[in-house]
Write a protein that binds this ligand. Structure first.
Ligand code: CA
Length: 237
């Protein structure tokens, strides 16, 4: 009996592998969301893995709000009509998501995540016209606390880039920066990359005990300045 059980498991793995390869072939040339080794991880693991949210803002009409991508207005900054897709600047392609805050009222866009694993990566490219009243992005729960609860994120503030509570480096305006974060909530570790260079390597981090539910983009609430978000991605290992 044991021999047949082993044979059955082996056949299941073979079938799952073939099926996976068919999916890769089908999506090849249009979209190729995973590397081969990540696909194999999916085949042999019970964890839900892969891309949770990805947006390059190319699929929307200019001057519209990207509702169809799952974005919603948490706080409307200078007003709903000032938050929209633009081709004024772009990180890749021709479009980006433009946000405008106002004094005492930030512009915050939330996107509900379909999966919230304990080890999560997120990144965004960010462009600011000045080093005043900039913005941030990251993980949060907009439904806990008076103004929601931030879990961890990246901030551009007064000409400085911070990841979590760590001030990393000065930056210059009118230039794109791509910041990636790996948040390990189960082991209280945080890693960060600026333009693909690692700047934080598994440093200690105390996260909020509030569970995160959303990815957010934010333009600050202490003045008026245009900020732009290019490619956005949230994923797991
Ligand atoms: Ca774009």
């Amino acid at each position: 009996m044991k021999k047949y059980t082993l044979l059955a498991v082996f056949m299941l793995v073979v079938v799952a592998t073939i099926a996976t390869q068919l999916i890769i072939e089908k999506t090849d040339g249009t979209q190729h969301p995973f590397e081969i080794n990540q696909i194999q991880n999916i085949t042999f693991s019970n964890d839900v893995q892969g891309i949770i949210l990805e947006d390059d803002f190319e699929s929307y009409e200019l001057n519209t709000f990207p509702t169809s991508g799952g974005w919603s207005i948490g706080y409307n900054g200078a007003g709903n009509q000032y938050q929209y897709i633009t081709d004024q600047y772009s990180y890749q392609g021709s479009k980006s998501f433009r946000l405008l805050g106002a004094s005492s009222w930030g512009a915050q866009m939330d996107n509900l995540l379909t999966d919230t694993p304990d080890v999560i990566y997120f990144e965004a490219s960010f462009y600011s016209e000045s080093t005043s009243h900039e913005g941030s992005f990251g993980l949060r729960n907009p439904n806990v606390g008076t103004w929601g609860t931030g879990i961890t994120g990246v901030a551009f503030y007064d000409g400085m880039i911070s990841i979590g509570s760590n001030e990393i480096t000065e930056y210059v305006p009118e230039q794109w920066y791509k910041i990636r974060v790996k948040a390990d909530l189960s082991n209280n570790k945080l890693s960060g990359w600026i333009n693909d260079t690692i700047v934080l390597d598994e440093v200690d981090c105390t996260y909020s005990t509030v569970p995160y539910t959303h990815f957010y983009l934010h333009a600050r609430n202490d003045g008026t300045n245009l900020v732009f978000f290019g490619n956005v991605k949230v994923w797991t290992e």
